[in-house]
Design a protein around this ligand. Structure first.
Ligand code: SF4
Length: 373
């Protein structure tokens, strides 16, 4: 699929053509990765973060109660994952250098030897030496969302730490060279994000040959600079970033559009599932989660919409209840009323209603490149 095709389908508003997109994504998902939904047990092991991203509820400058889970607490959560028959745990945190290289190495070794689970690390931008050591200890996957491929937009909402300059794409490439399965993803509807930019994000998923790709709507925490800014929730025609050649190309295809490639992308469930569906078409064998952020903007049906429009992964939260509310990167994210066991029962019922089943084992996948233009 060419970038102009992706762009055209991102701008699609006709319901019957959107239904075709959902059906196509679901068919490719079924053919290429099957009906299994891989379950990754999420353990949010620390809410310390040295960064100050403009939208995030656990950014460094917020005065909130901070926590770090102990080694034994993490192991208890990992054993819970085994009892619930999940094949993978995801160790996620803010960018917390208090989680030392040795601590993570020990944790990875213990999880591998005591549970046999696959280990995904999602610890932010860490050094190449650390990544190499954790890979040698047995970690299989590294997850680092690049959030947007537009470097200016990235820098505007993710201030650098001192003189360090972020280069998440380079880090993902390095992780792949070390033998990790690499995961990344974007936020949909960042203020200033254009359709053109989002189409490039989807092309980049393919170029990076990612094994995991997570896309969620942009949901700022209200107590942050972007949470207090006025952000349009609906598409806004003719905003900045206009690319006249793309508008012309679409006109030549006989379609009239109020929107253009340069319009602001809305942070909605509809737009997010367009991205999920197109990602499935462009990277047919990738593991794609139906994200918590999607389930937050559409509490009733968000999870199901993701799973029926291309997604094949669910990441249930195994963080102890006493910590979950403190990992509030945006409001409404933490399901503090359900224990992991209660949530698991609901999850199984949801999958059964969709005609899907919980995957067994680690659920890793290599994604060969397809159809380059
Ligand atoms: S988005 Fe990630 S890196 Fe940025 S402040 Fe939040 S936890 Fe830290």
């Amino acid at each position: 699929m060419k970038r102009s095709d992706i762009l055209f389908r991102l701008l699609e508003e006709d319901e019957s053509r959107l239904d075709q997109l959902w059906a196509e994504a679901d068919r490719v998902r079924k053919e290429r990765v099957g009906d299994e939904v891989h379950l990754r047990g999420l353990i949010e092991l620390s809410n310390y973060c040295r960064r100050d991203c403009l939208y995030c509820g656990i950014r460094a400058s917020r005065r909130i109660e901070r926590y770090r889970m102990s080694e034994d607490e993490v192991m208890d959560s990992a054993r819970l994952a085994v009892r619930l028959e999940y094949g993978t745990v995801v160790l996620q945190s803010g960018e917390d250098h208090g989680l030392t290289r040795d601590f993570i190495t020990r944790l990875v070794r213990r999880i591998k030897t005591e549970t046999g689970l696959a280990v995904t690390l999602s610890l932010g931008e860490r050094s190449l030496d650390e990544l190499a050591e954790w890979r040698a200890a047995g970690a299989e996957r590294y997850l680092l969302k690049h959030e947007t491929s537009d470097p200016d937009l990235f820098r505007r909402i993710h201030p650098d730490c001192g003189t360090e300059v972020s280069d998440r794409i380079a880090l993902l490439k390095a992780a792949k060279e070390m033998g990790y399965e690499a995961g990344s993803g974007v936020m949909v509807g960042i203020p200033g994000q254009s359709y053109e930019s989002l189409a490039r994000d989807i092309m980049l998923f393919r170029d990076l040959d990612l094994e995991m790709i997570g896309c969620g709507p942009f949901v700022p925490h209200p107590q942050t600079p972007l949470g207090q800014a006025v952000i349009p929730s609906e598409p806004r025609a003719g905003a900045r970033f206009l690319d006249s050649s793309d508008s012309l190309e679409m006109t030549e295809r006989g379609e009239s559009r109020n929107l253009s490639a340069g319009s602001q992308v809305p942070a909605t469930d509809l737009m997010t599932t367009k991205v999920v569906a197109l990602t499935r078409l462009v990277c047919p064998e990738a593991n794609i989660p139906s994200t918590t952020a999607l389930a937050t903007v559409n509490k009733e049906h968000g999870r199901e919409l993701g799973l029926t429009r291309g997604a094949n992964v669910w990441m249930p939260n195994l963080t102890p209840l006493k910590y979950r509310a403190l990992y509030e990167i945006y409001p409404g994210k933490a399901t503090v009323i359900d224990t992991a066991e209660q949530f698991h029962q609901n999850l199984l019922a949801t999958l059964a209603a969709l005609g899907r089943r919980a995957g067994k084992g680690p659920g890793g996948r290599r994604s060969p490149r397809v159809g380059r233009d």
